[in-house]
Structure formats: structure tokens, C-alpha cells
Design a protein around this ligand. Sequence first.
Ligand code: KG4
Ligand code: ZN
Length: 326
Amino acid sequence: MIVLGIETSCDETAVAVSKDSKILHSEVSTQTIHRKYGGVVPEIASREHEKLLNDMVDYTLNKVKIAKSEIQGIAVTQGPGLAGTLITGVCFAKGLAQGLNCKIIGINHLEAHIFANFLADPKLEYPFICLLVSGGHTQIWFVEGLNDYKLMGETRDDAAGEAFDKGARILGLGYPGGPEIEKLAETGNEKSISFPRALMQSKNLEFSFSGLKTSLLYYVEKQESLCKEDIAASYQAAIIDTLITKLKWAMDKTNCKTCVIAGGVAANQKLRKFVNQTMKNKKVIFPELSLCTDNAAMIAYLGELYLKKGFVSPIDFPVLPNMKLA
Ligand code: KG4
Ligand code: ZN
């Protein structure tokens, strides 16, 4: 089956084509215009998607030598995300689906992040634990099958990616903050400052990162001279320690043999290294870097799975900015 995937939940305009569960091509355009504002401006993001989508679809289809008439289904991100950017993508997808008279399915962006791991390892077997760490979410899922997910824990306040982004802003770094902090941390000493790790008692699987961000703010305000490398390394270590400790607790609790990491923060090399070290006797899967951050390959892949099982969305399906999983 040939499926066109479209992703516009935030500031990446992304288009991909899957055929028989293989990604033929995946195209991502990251909107750099937001960098000067230190975060995503929703109205600008929607307009950028609008400008790019048509050409990106044509480019992607040309690249894989597939005609529009061969598309059997369109998978598009329905939520969660920014209302305006979701509407841009979904309206574009609906128009195309009607014009081509093909099926359409709205996809949950978080679920697609989890399923990006099947692109990393097509032999991935259920059940597995997924640590989902993105700009808007930090969650631990027990995944027993397609559409069979149990939430084991999530953040009470900021997401891990948000902690990176807000920390970077406090340090005067660029957006998105994760890669900026990671780069600076490479030459810093992570033991130099002891930042707090929240909710670390009694195998609690909830997260909280807002206190960490506040303690960084106080630290920066108090110090006369700052070694940004040491601060970045210590701050990153506090986030990663918390994520790994809770992932390990979830693995122990369920006796699961496999864990997967999903979402933009999964691109962090230190996180990848420590998860591998901590889970030595377990199977650990990470998507390749381009499949950790937002992309349409994961949308096309999951869309094809659902379409093959007979699921379709009605043409008037709404966008769901606060869409939940399970
Ligand atoms: O999944 P994603 O691309 O978009 C959302 O669905 O939110 O995740 C974006 C988040 C941002 O907060 C960004 O700072 C973070 O992922 N991120 C990273 C890295 N690359 C992206 N965080 C830590 N280290 C990285 N290398
Ligand atoms: Zn995402």
C-alpha cells in the first residue's frame, strides 16, 4: 500500500511516502525563522507550513517516482500540537484526499513517535516500555500492541525537552535548547553543580522538571562568573539521571525485556549512551536521529498500519491540539 504522510504539529514541515511499511523517502524542513524569537511563534509556523506543503509533496513524489494517482491513503497528524499548524496540515491533507479520492487517517503524533521505533527495528516485539521524551511530553508507556498502551508515569509540569529549551534560554543559548545544551555540555564537568532531581523516592514514575529550571535560574542569578559548559553538563545530567532512573524502575516493575526511546530528546547522545549502559541485559532501541525529532516517516508508517487494518477517518474529522494517547 502506498501512503503519503504529512506532519505539521509544530515547527517542522514534513512529508514522507511509505510503501508496504518501508519508507521510500522522508523530507523535513525545519523552520529556522523562530530562532530569533527564542521559541515557536504559532501564527508564523502555520504560514510557513502553508507556503511549503505543496512543493514538498511534489518534490517527495518526484523523488520516488510515484504519481499522485498512485497514492492509496493519506496519513496526517491530528494532534497533539499547535491548533493553527495542525489545521494547516489537516486541511491540506483533506483537500488532497478529496481530489485524489483516496482514504485519509488522522494520526496521534505521540503514538507515531513510539512507532518510529519499528522503523529502527522492524523485528521489535511487544510488550515493551517506551520512554517518550519530546518538547511537550515526558511519559513512560507500557506498550502491549497496536492501540494497547498503558501510561505508567508522566510529568507533573514541564516536559524534558521543555526543560532543555527553558534552560537554554536562561543560559542565553539558541532554540531548540536540547542540541545547544548538549553541545556545550561536551566540554563541561557534570559533577560541578548539584542540581535537584525531583520525585526520586519510592519508585515513583512521575516526573517534575520545573524545580530544576528554577534552581538553574537562581544559580545563574547568584553567581558572579559562570562556566556555562559546567552548568550545561550538570543541568543535562540532572535531566538524564531522572529519565534513566525512572525508565529502569518501569522496566523492573513490568519485568519487560525491551525498551524503546522516542521523541526529540532521544536524539541526545549522552542519554543514548547511559540508557545502553544501564540496560545492559535488556534490548534497547533508539530511532536514528532524524526519526527522533518530528518527521512524517513515522506518520506514514503508522497510518499505513491502521489503513491496512481497515481504519479510516471521516472527512470532517477535527484537529485535536490536546489529543491524548489511550
Ligand atoms: O519530538 P520533538 O521534535 O517535537 C515535539 O513533539 O515536541 O521534540 C523537540 C524537543 C525540543 O524540546 C528539543 O530541545 C529536544 O526535543 N531535543 C533535544 C535534542 N534534540 C532535540 N533534547 C536534548 N538533546 C538533543 N540532542
Ligand atoms: Zn514530536
